[in-house]
Design a protein around this ligand. Structure first.
Ligand SMILES: *Cc1c(COP(=O)(O)O)cnc(C)c1O
Length: 424
């Protein structure tokens, strides 16, 4: 359930017509519903209410500080993958004791920043990272709390670009080699071993791979115990899928039930890193039709709807061939035709939808690209020198711009013409 619904043929976000917001802020823009964000966070988090747990929202999926601040207020933490995300989480008021740091390539400065901020856990992904962290912590005279991200070699049965838990993926440490590393880490003076973590992929629509991964992690925790290494945190990562089209992902409560069951009596705090399942269907992108045209070649005919948002604004269709439902903001009764909905970028790969059955629309019509809350704005770029879109949050009858549309002046911020190019 989300709060993007039609009333009398007009798309609303909670209690405001989407068109009213478009009138005020221009297009394209991202639009988030506070009620939906809240509902999805709580639906996920409450599934684990009976056990010790922390829901660490995956910042990379939707990193606006207003969104992070909302989740912080609901008792959530943050899963970060860079110093930049740490800065955002702290600015949003997140408690550092609920921040965990994932990622395969943490820089020295980033490790220092994490230590200085007193975050809960570093999810270490290689021996070299462990050695670097030990060195930085020693320099600072502190101890770094760590988990290793192990790779359980489980097939998540998802898109190849977003599966992470297979032996062939770059993430984590093969679970069979991790034991040695744990023993090594346990003896290091400035390292404190606290947990085991894994994250097997994104947009999973089955529960069984999560359960299989947890089973392997549990067995591994048993082997660690035999070596006298106690584990306080088990981090299962994120990855629960959502419905974009006709997928049937598990309900978060079902997922929670299966995980708690598999966990059994294991005494550890569970960490979860959901991203998409919380924000994906809590946000849309709104764009305006610029032109419609039909290109004819031989006996073939192709209809295009050119809109003012492109692959720089929403990359997922181009990058993953991802499906997003697209709906006219004012419901249409016009005849349907087969169209490509494309952006203004000079790339053939710049589309939001291909071969879509779509009602006839015209210049100036507003379209809503649904399920755009996750990996939408956060993956946006300035390609083709396009200022990035505005972000807006709605609460009931109110709305607020939570990120201004970029200006063309901001596009050249930091650029300079060197002296040796200047004309005499
Ligand atoms: C991307 C990522 C997540 C979030 O994945 P979702 O599919 O959005 O839930 C969680 N943990 C790690 C380590 C990630 O890289």
């Amino acid at each position: 359930m989300n709060h993007f619904q039609y009333k009398d043929g007009e798309l609303f976000c909670e209690d405001i017509p989407v068109a009213v917001i478009a009138q005020e802020v221009g297009t394209p823009f991202y639009l988030y519903s506070k009620a939906t964000l809240t509902r999805h966070f709580q639906a996920f988090d409450s599934g684990f209410a009976d056990i010790d747990h922390i829901t660490c929202f995956a910042v990379k999926s939707c990193s606006n500080i207003a969104v992070l601040s909302l989740f912080s207020g609901l008792g959530g933490g943050a899963d970060i993958v860079s110093g930049g995300e740490l800065f955002r989480a702290l600015q949003a008021g997140m408690d550092p004791r609920r921040i965990i740091y994932s990622g395969v390539g943490k820089g020295e400065e980033e490790l220092r920043y994490g230590l200085k901020s007193g975050i809960l856990l570093f999810n270490v992904e290689s021996e070299q990272e462990l050695l670097r962290l030990q060195k930085v912590a020693a320099d600072m005279g502190v101890t770094a709390p760590i988990a290793f991200r192990v790779n359980p070699d489980v097939d998540p049965k998802t898109h190849a670009y977003i599966s992470t838990g297979l032996a062939k993926n770059k993430f984590g440490i093969p679970i069979d080699e991790a034991l040695e590393l744990y023993v090594q880490a346990a003896e290091m003076e400035h390292i404190k071993v606290m947990g085991v973590s894994c994250h097997i992929g994104s947009q999973l629509t089955l529960i069984s791979p999560f359960v299989e991964a947890l089973r392997k992690v549990k067995a591994f925790v048993g082997r660690l115990a035999e070596k006298g290494i106690a584990i306080n945190y088990i981090d299962l990562g994120g990855g629960v899928g959502i419905t974009y089209d006709d997928e049937e992902p598990p309900h978060p409560q079902e997922y929670a039930k299966a995980i708690i069951e598999e966990l059994g009596g294991l005494k550890a705090t569970l960490i979860l890193e959901p991203g998409r399942v919380i924000v994906g269907n809590a946000g849309i992108m709104v764009t305006e039709v610029q032109y419609t045209k039909t290109n004819r070649g031989g006996d073939k005919e192709k209809n295009f709807v050119v809109v003012d948002a492109g692959m720089n604004d929403l990359t997922r269709p181009s990058l993953y061939g991802a499906y997003h439902s697209i709906q006219p903001v004012q419901e249409k009764t016009t005849a349907s035709q087969l169209v490509d909905i494309v952006g203004p970028i000079c790339e053939t790969g710049d589309f939001l939808a291909q071969d879509r059955v779509f009602p006839q629309v015209e210049q100036g019509d507003l379209l809503a690209v649904m399920s755009a809350g996750a990996y939408g704005f956060t993956m946006a770029s300035n390609y083709n020198s396009r200022p990035r879109a505005a972000e807006v949050m709605v609460s009931g009858e109110r709305f607020a711009v939570i990120r201004e549309r970029e200006t063309i002046e901001s596009l050249i911020k930091g650029e300079a013409i060197p002296e040796f190019l200047e004309k005499k």
